[in-house]
Design a protein around this ligand. Structure first.
Ligand SMILES: [Zn+2]
Length: 338
């Protein structure tokens, strides 16, 4: 198959255009800013701006995930707040003093810098000032769901950012907390399945491009479960993946499950799921018109992508799968000992 076609199909698979594949940076050290501390700050900013705390949290989280994807170009300005802005954006493009901290003159020159902690200075290294600057820029348009989306659009001019931030906000609202790190192995541990590391190897069938994911071989009908807390972003047929589901987590990763024999009928696009929730069943659908199946042995193709703002990069899910599998075995053992 021609390379451009493979790329176009890959874009369909992920529901978006894919950039070149890259291995993920090693899991970053524990982010500063305890959830309780951040939760309090979001509540405070919600009171000041009229947004919901979940919306403020989602704005901050989106910026945090962009930094995770591009740490070099988006260095941390405060100690935990996500927002990255240049000195010119902060103080105003025409401001002769690019280090201006005076809220009144920053406002005069159209900078986004604000004083959120009440010390009289709009300080680009203060978490609260950063948070307030971002939240108040978005809140200018109002706080209804539509107004919020408009505010986010005006801030980023990027439809993906609008989608992400609304997804994060929904996750915080549904689960009522910031810590949504839980995980599950995509099929029940202790059942009959096998997988190995195949990152970047040529596909055994199709041969269309290097393999972006891990294949978990199992019999038809084994439950396929969500690996994370997330929002269903895509659900339906695509030419390669067959019946597939794509789930977005609060860390801005896209979890892709392909070749299912079917979906849990109660699920819809836009719904939230938690780790371990059955989303469908192992099958062999794909590589043809809707309904095509049986062109290869049944397996789950599991892929994971990180959103970098305008593009998504696949990274090797194998180490995560091993980690989630181990964690689940451990939890099972602990349970049986009780
Ligand atoms: Zn695969």
């Amino acid at each position: 198959m021609k390379k451009w076609m493979a790329l176009a199909f890959a874009a369909m698979l992920a529901g978006t255009w894919l950039g070149p594949s890259a291995h993920a940076a090693p899991a970053d050290a524990k982010e500063a800013g305890a959830p309780e501390q951040r939760r309090a700050a979001y509540g405070q900013m919600a009171l000041l701006t009229g947004l919901d705390w979940e919306q403020v949290a989602a704005l901050d989280q989106y910026e945090r995930t962009l930094r995770k994807a591009r740490p070099k170009t988006r260095p941390k300005l405060g100690s935990w707040a996500g927002l990255y802005v240049s000195t010119e954006q902060w103080s105003g493009m025409t401001n002769p003093d690019s280090d201006d901290r005076d809220p009144a003159s920053i406002r005069f020159f159209g900078g986004i810098g604000r004083d959120g902690d009440g010390d009289g200075k709009a300080d680009r290294s203060s978490d609260i000032d950063l948070l307030y600057a971002q939240a108040s820029a978005v809140a200018r348009f109002g706080s209804s769901p539509d107004d919020f989306s408009i505010g986010v659009w005006e801030f980023y001019h990027n439809q993906r950012a609008v989608q992400r931030i609304n997804q994060f906000s929904l996750l915080y609202r549904t689960f009522g907390r910031l810590d949504l790190d839980g995980s599950a192995f995509p099929v029940p541990v202790g059942t009959d399945y096998s997988y190995r590391s195949t990152w970047g190897t040529a596909r055994g069938w199709g041969g269309h491009r290097t393999h972006e994911g891990t294949d978990i071989f199992a019999g038809y009908g084994l439950p396929v479960r969500s690996t994370c807390f997330g929002v269903i972003e895509n659900m339906g047929w695509n030419a390669y993946g067959g019946w597939r589901i794509g789930i977005r987590d609060a860390d801005n990763r896209y979890h892709y499950y392909a070749h299912l024999s079917g979906f849990d009928k109660s699920l819809r696009s836009g719904m939230t799921v938690e780790p371990g929730r059955t989303i469908g069943w192992v099958g062999s659908s794909g590589y043809g018109k809707p309904g095509t199946s049986g062109k290869f042995p049944p397996h789950l193709h599991y892929g994971i992508y990180r959103d970098r703002g305008m593009i998504e990069w696949a990274f090797d899910p194998y180490p995560l799968l091993r980690q989630w599998e181990k964690a689940e075995y451990k939890a099972k053992k602990a349970k049986s000992r009780r």
